[in-house]
Design a protein around this ligand. Structure first.
Ligand code: ATP
Ligand code: MG
Length: 416
C-alpha cells in the first residue's frame, strides 16, 4: 500500500515499469467532477492507461457478480473515490479485491488521516491518492501496476535453455533428456524438449518415442497457422511427463527457414510450458543463432579433450561477438573424471571461465537409461543420476508451486 500525500516524482526505474504495448485498463467509480476531469486529461495525454468505463454508484449487492459490473476480463486498475460514502466504498473495494484479485484498487480521497488510509488498505486498496489528483503520483502508481503485470507475464513464460555440444557426441542429448524427464517427474514442472537436429536427432530414440509423424522443422514451417490443436499433433508424451517435439526421422537435407520463424514458434511454445530444453546440433550454426540469442541460458556441453576444449573457446568467442551476454553462457563438463588427464584448473584456464556443472563419467549407467528409453527408471542411485537430480533440482525448485507456497507463508499477512 502506498499512500501518496506528498509529491512523488516519477523515478527513472518506475518509468521503466510503465507498460509498453497494450495499455492498462482502468475503471473509475464515483469520481467527483474535478478528479474525473483530471483523469480524462491524464488518459488522453498518457497512452499507458485506457479508460474502460465510469461507474457512478457503489454497488455492494452481494447477488451481483463484480465482473458483470466492473467488466470481464477485470480491469487492471479501479480508481475508487471514497468521499461520497466511505463505508460503501470500503465494501466495494473488499468485493473487488475478493472477486478480481488481479485488479489493483486505487483509493482517491480528499482526506489523508492515517486511520482512513489504513482502513482503505485493509479493504484491499494498494494505493491511496489524495485529492486534488496529482498526475505524476498517478503515473507512479500506474507504473507499479505495470511492473507487476510484466513480472506476472514473465513468470508465465517458459525458461528457455539451449544445449549445444562443443563437438559431436559430448552428451547433449543424454543431458537434455535426463534433465527434461527429471524436471517433469520429480519437480512436476511442465517441460518440453525440442530436438532441432536436421538429421541424426536422437532425443526421440533416447526417450523410447520412436513412432511419430511430424517433426520440429515442420512445426516451424507452419508457425503462421499454429494453435493449440495443431501443436498437439506434433507433441510426443513421455511417461515421465516430459513432452518432446522430435527431429526429422530421416536424413533430409536442411530446409531453409523463414527469418524469425524459429523465434515466432518458440514465442508460442513458451506460453504453454515452464521449461523448454532445446537439443541443438554441435558447432557454430548461424541458422540457430537467432534462437540462441533468445534463450535465457546456453549450455555448451564439452568433455575433457583438447579438441572439445578448443571448440568451447571458439564458441564462447563466436557467441559473445554475436552479442550473446557472457553470463548466459554455461560450460558444462560431461564425462568428468576426478583423476582425468587434463585437470579442472587446466580446463578452466583453457576456456577462460569457471565450469558451470560437472557430470561424472559413468558410461554403463548412462547407456542403461538410454537403451531403456526411460531416463529415470534405472540406475537412479548411480552417481550420474544423483548429479543430474541435483542439477534438475537447482532449476526446477526455483519458482515452483511449493516454493511459492513457502514464501507466501513467510510473508504472512503482507504477502498479498
Ligand atoms: N556422463 C556420461 N558418462 C558416460 N557416458 C556418457 C555420459 N553422457 C553421455 N555419455 C555417452 O556418450 C555418448 C554420446 O552421448 P549423446 O548422444 O548424448 O551425445 P550428443 O552430444 O547428443 O551427440 P550428437 O552430437 O550425436 O548429438 C552416448 O553413448 C552416451 O551414452
Ligand atoms: Mg544428440
Amino acid at each position: 500500500m502506498t499512500a501518496m500525500t506528498s509529491k512523488d516524482p516519477v523515478k527513472a526505474t518506475t518509468r521503466e515499469s510503465l507498460p509498453v504495448g497494450e495499455p492498462l485498463s482502468l475503471v473509475s467509480i464515483c469520481l467527483d467532477t474535478e478528479t474525473w476531469g483530471t483523469l480524462k486529461l491524464f488518459t488522453s495525454s498518457a497512452p499507458v492507461v485506457r479508460l474502460d468505463r465510469h461507474l457512478d454508484q457503489y454497488r455492494v449487492d452481494d447477488h451481483e457478480s463484480v465482473l458483470d459490473w466492473i467488466g470481464d476480463p477485470a480491469p487492471d486498475i479501479c480508481l475508487l473515490d471514497f468521499d461520497v460514502d466511505r463505508r460503501s466504498a470500503a465494501l466495494v473495494a473488499e468485493r473487488i479485491h475478493a472477486d478480481a484479485p488481479e485488479t489493483s484498487i486505487f483509493a482517491v480521497s480528499a482526506q489523508a488521516q492515517p486511520d482512513l488510509i489504513i482502513q482503505a488498505m485493509r479493504s484491499g486498496c494498494s494505493e491511496y491518492l489524495v485529492k486534488p489528483l496529482d498526475t505524476e503520483q498517478l503515473l507512479n502508481a500506474v507504473a507499479r501496476v505495470g511492473g507487476r503485470r510484466r513480472e506476472r507475464k514473465e513468470q508465465a513464460r517458459a525458461q528457455m535453455m539451449a544445449f549445444v555440444g562443443a563437438k559431436g557426441g559430448c552428451g547433449v542429448t543424454t543431458l537434455v533428456t535426463q534433465l527434461g524427464a527429471l524436471l517433469a517427474q520429480t519437480y512436476s514442472r511442465k517441460t518440453l524438449i525440442v530436438d532441432l537436429h536436421h538429421d541424426f536427432g536422437d532425443a526421440a530414440l533416447y526417450l523410447g518415442l520412436t513412432k511419430y509423424r511430424y517433426h520440429a522443422y515442420e512445426l516451424v514451417e507452419n508457425t503462421d497457422r499454429l494453435d493449440a490443436e495443431l501443436l498437439q499433433s506434433f507433441v510426443l508424451h513421455h511417461g515421465s511427463g516430459v513432452d518432446l517435439i522430435p527431429a526429422p526421422p530421416g536424413t533430409e537435407p536442411a530446409r531453409p527457414l523463414m527469418a524469425g520463424a524459429l523465434v515466432q514458434t518458440f514465442e508460442f511454445l513458451r506460453l504453454r510450458y515452464e521449461f523448454i530444453l532445446v537439443d541443438l546440433p554441435p558447432g557454430l550454426n548461424d541458422e540457430h543463432l537467432e534462437l540462441i540469442r533468445y534463450c535465457d541460458q546456453v549450455n555448451i556441453v564439452a568433455i575433457a579433450e583438447i579438441s572439445a576444449l578448443r571448440n568451447v573457446v571458439r564458441q564462447i568467442d563466436y557467441f559473445t561477438k554475436k552479442d550473446i551476454p557472457a553470463d548466459r553462457l554455461n560450460v558444462v563438463l560431461n564425462r568428468h573424471q576426478t583423476r582425468g588427464i587434463i585437470s579442472e584448473p587446466q580446463i578452466e584456464k583453457a576456456i577462460g571461465q569457471k565450469v558451470f556443472w560437472k557430470v561424472p563419467n559413468q558410461y554403463v549407467q548412462v547407456l542403461k537409461s538410454i537403451s531403456g528409453g526411460d531416463p529415470l527408471s534405472r540406475a537412479s542411485n548411480s552417481e550420474v543420476a544423483k548429479n543430474l537430480q541435483e542439477w534438475a533440482g537447482n532449476i526446477g525448485r526455483k519458482g515452483s508451486p511449493e516454493e511459492k507456497k513457502k514464501s507466501r507463508g513467510r510473508l504472512g499477512l503482507w504477502g498479498k
